[in-house]
Design a protein around this ligand. Structure first.
Ligand SMILES: Cc1cc2nc3c(=O)[nH]c(=O)nc-3n(C[C@H](O)[C@H](O)[C@H](O)COP(=O)(O)OP(=O)(O)OC[C@H]3O[C@@H](n4cnc5c(N)ncnc54)[C@H](O)[C@@H]3O)c2cc1C
Length: 435
């Protein structure tokens, strides 16, 4: 009997798995039946730049979407650090610059998250035939039941009220995964999520060349551990904005509360407004545009560390299993690599799900461990509390860039997951994706 698989979440990991499962070398009568449930009424458009690095590039090719993704990138040329009056004091190129390959903040492929999710979703419907995946939008699970040693999982859909049974449930529902909290319990869930003390607001706004918007990401940091960035998107004539702040949890828990499930966008915007009102540079413009935008997204910056990613017939994928945070630049690449590895492992052990889940985890762990290693203390150093601290870090960076020591330091950081690290499972070549 073919496996019936329920995937929870349709962002990056979820539809990537739905696509890879159709390409994996299952025998014809073993091809899994795939259902995807997404809480939102459609693929969510929110989110700004995500990076695809190293091993992520051949994975796009395996899904037949490399050209489509390359044609949809934001076209960011690199990063410029600017002063309060918009003068550039430091500049880095993109990852395709030969000297500092893959060590720059701007990666080979920068694409808006919503655009990437849309391509993956449509791809999953065109790999074989459009009925190969059943998508359920606007619903979520409020109960998951599995008996120990049982090979079935029974779930309850909150909105439709339906009970259904699957051979495998995949939680691809992100940093704040409810699949994780339902299966591992609230306590385990809260110890798995490790906040990095930083909170981020993402949105888009009209591009304004008169204010200095260009093909570079422009970043400005100021006292109070606050940073603002404006990034290009050459696809739609808009700029994307990222406002980040490091919060002192004990003194001010409001940032954490605003990131919890159930917090309203209005409350999140108010908090960001209050925090950045006196931040200088383009804060007035950014806050005005933030109030007007309808694609605002606010999130805690955190990592997820789980000792094991599966329990019985429930397995975690992508950020739900191992969020590395946007600071790693590897979340999207890891989510796709996880989808590929899980599809490969299931096709290698179609009658032994337990062995397949162990094989998936063994293949992924080393990549996750590497990506989750952030340089200790580096966030706090780059986001100083005082104006004096800002001056000190700016002067130090200027010196390191001028003496080219910075390039050496970035090399010391080590390479991203290399393309040749990709295991081969004998996947079929898909038709090339057309928009
Ligand atoms: C709206 C949004 C905006 C983002 N913006 C950025 C960004 O600008 N920069 C960046 O680096 N990273 C961003 N991220 C995170 C980034 O997408 C991930 O780090 C990475 O791509 C891994 O993706 P994922 O599919 O594992 O998880 P996610 O991208 O977090 O996707 C999880 C999906 O599951 C859905 N979901 C959640 N709970 C349930 C439930 N109970 N039932 C059904 N569906 C559920 C969510 O709506 C979402 O579609 C964003 C994520 C989201 C959801």
């Amino acid at each position: 009997m073919p496996l019936s698989i329920l995937i929870v979440g349709c962002s990056i990991a979820g539809p990537a798995l739905a696509g890879f499962l159709q390409l994996a070398p299952f025998a014809d009568d073993e091809r899994p039946r795939i259902t995807v449930v997404e809480r939102s009424p459609a693929v969510r458009p929110q989110g700004q730049n995500v990076d695809i690095r190293g091993v992520g590039v051949p994975l796009l090719e395996k899904l037949g979407i490399l050209e489509a993704v390359k044609a949809s990138t934001t076209g960011e040329a690199g990063v410029q650090w600017v002063t309060a009056d918009n003068r550039v004091w430091c500049e880095f190129g993109s990852a395709s610059d030969s000297e500092t390959q893959r060590h720059n903040p701007t990666s080979d492929i920068e694409i808006l998250r919503g655009r990437m999710a849309q391509i993956l979703y449509r791809r999953s419907l065109s790999v074989t035939d459009e009925h190969a995946v059943e998508y359920i939008f606007g619903d979520y699970l409020d109960d998951i039941q599995q008996e120990e040693g049982d090979d079935k999982v029974t779930v309850h859909f909150a909105k439709s009220g339906e009970h259904r049974t699957f051979d495998l449930v995949v939680g691809a529902d992100g940093l704040q995964s409810t699949t994780r909290s339902m299966i591992w319990g609230r306590e385990c869930d809260s110890s798995a999520v490790r906040p990095l003390g930083m909170y981020a607001a993402f949105f888009s706004m009209p591009r304004d060349a008169g204010q200095g918007d260009n093909e570079y990401r422009q970043s400005f940091h100021t006292h109070g551990r606050r940073m603002m960035s404006i990034r290009p998107d050459q696809q739609n004539g808009r700029s994307t904005a990222l406002l980040t702040v490091m919060a002192n949890e004990e003194k001010d828990p409001r940032f954490r509360i605003a990131s919890e499930r159930g917090a309203t966008v209005a409350a999140q915007k108010d908090l960001i407004q209050e925090t950045f009102e006196d931040a200088g540079w383009q804060s007035k413009r950014l806050l005005r545009e933030m109030q007007a935008t309808d694609d605002f997204y606010y999130s805690m910056v955190a990592q997820v560390h789980m000792p094991c990613w599966h329990k019985g017939r429930v397995v975690l994928l992508g950020d739900a299993a191992h969020c590395a945070s946007h600071l790693s630049g590897m979340g999207t690449t890891l989510a796709m690599l996880g989808a590929y590895s899980l599809a490969g492992a299931l096709s290698s052990h179609p009658y032994d799900v337990k062995t397949a889940l162990t094989a998936y985890e063994e293949a992924m762990r080393p990549h996750v461990t590497k990506a989750q290693k952030l340089m200790p203390g580096v966030i706090r150093i780059f986001m100083p509390e005082t104006s004096w601290g800002v001056w000190l870090i700016d002067t130090t960076i200027r010196f390191l860039v001028w003496t080219r020591v910075f390039v050496l330091l970035m090399r010391f950081k080590g390479a991203d997951t290399e393309p040749d690290a990709l295991p081969e499972y004998g996947f079929a070549r898909p038709p090339v994706y057309k928009k």
